[in-house]
Design a protein around this ligand. Structure first.
Ligand SMILES: Cc1cc2nc3c(=O)[nH]c(=O)nc-3n(C[C@H](O)[C@H](O)[C@H](O)COP(=O)(O)O)c2cc1C
Length: 330
């Protein structure tokens, strides 16, 4: 019944859907409890209960995380959190294309800011602990010093990993166009002792992908592949945004395989256009260690995960499942 209500919300203006579903989830009205699936993956000495999780952008400030982990997902990404509070872009910031299972957004990195987030982080982590979900914090920074300040301040809180968002369409390509500056950020980031992921942009040249793959590989970080694809969209206040959902899946899949073919040895979170269970299996076979969703959640809410779990179980024969467990637990 609640799943149907959430589906109906998709026929209302997207921004209203985004905000009202947040209120429903946060209030506990949608107090969804799922059972997940046991497909353990070893991530930096931790056993993550399954490779399916939520990418950045749904729970930007961490208010929903204690509810969403009840779905049984293996990991959750909170953020992107910015150093200073930001209202984001003026509305409208989201356009949905339901027949394509896609959307364009230009939220503009809206965030309550790092200080507010850090103040609530211990209680968020306390509430999540019982569910054994791997917690990743996505940081967005407009300079090296912003990123490094936030990385340093996160020490000692016990988050599992940090993701550096250098790829939001809101930056208008500034990190990507200055490789020296980005390279310097990655050099400084090495002093962060925890697990770190760098989130790749879409729509940049192959030369950049080769360079970043090498640099991130050398530094021992993981990659999140990838952010949204920058596109023009006149119905969005700023005239552009990032395309997400099903149409970007082929790009994500080929980028994951390419990066592995280039010899990337570290962790990969595959994220982009995953709407169905077969894609989770396909992306893992292409080289991803974890698989995230965002648009699927934007359309279906927490119910998306149970559907994915069921589809995965149906797809994997018992033999394939056993092979999977043997390979990933080695
Ligand atoms: C509404 C919305 C907000 C997003 N906000 C962020 C963000 O704050 N930080 C970030 O790194 N990615 C953000 N993303 C990008 C997603 O994390 C993801 O990379 C992208 O949507 C592709 O995955 P999907 O096709 O499953 O949605 C956002 C995406 C959407 C749809």
């Amino acid at each position: 019944m609640l799943a149907q209500v959430l589906k109906l919300l998709n026929y209302l203006p997207p921004e209203f859907t985004y905000e009202s579903s947040h209120v429903l989830i946060r209030s506990g009205i949608i107090n969804y409890r799922g059972y997940g699936i046991e497909m353990p993956v070893e991530i930096s000495d931790k056993l993550v209960k399954n490779p399916i999780g939520l990418g950045a952008g749904i729970d930007k400030d961490g208010f929903l995380t204690p509810r969403i982990v009840r779905t049984g997902i293996g990991f959750i990404t909170i953020g992107s959190v910015t150093l200073k509070p930001r209202p984001g872009n003026p509305k409208p910031r989201i356009v949905k294309y339901p027949s394509l299972r896609a959307m364009v957004n230009a939220m503009g990195l809206s965030s309550r800011g790092f200080a507010d987030f850090l103040g609530r982080l211990p209680s968020i982590l306390r509430e999540v602990r019982d569910f054994n979900t791997y917690v990743i914090i996505s940081l967005a920074g407009f300079s090296i010093s912003e990123f490094i300040y936030m990385l340093n301040r996160l020490r000692g809180y016990g988050v599992d990993a940090v993701e550096l968002n250098i790829s939001s369409p809101t930056y208008r390509g500034s990190w990507v166009s200055d490789r020296d500056y980005l390279g310097e950020l990655l050099r400084y980031a090495e002093s962060f002792s925890g697990t770190l992921f760098v989130k790749l942009p879409l729509g940049v040249d192959i030369d950049f992908y080769r360079w970043i793959t090498n640099t991130v590989n050398k530094r021992g970080f993981g990659l999140t592949i990838a952010n949204t694809l920058p596109v023009k969209e006149s119905r969005i206040s700023v005239g552009y945004g990032g395309l997400s959902g099903y149409p970007i899946y082929p790009i994500i899949r080929s980028l994951v395989s390419k990066v592995r073919k280039w010899g990337f040895r570290n962790l990969i979170i595959g994220l982009g256009g995953v709407l169905y269970g077969w894609q989770v299996i396909d992306l893992i076979r292409s080289g991803a260690n974890l698989v995230g969703v965002v648009t699927a959640f934007a359309y279906e809410g927490p119910f998306a995960f149970n559907r994915l779990f069921k589809e995965i179980l149906m797809k994997l024969s018992e033999k394939a499942l056993n092979n999977y467990l043997v390979n990933t637990c080695r």
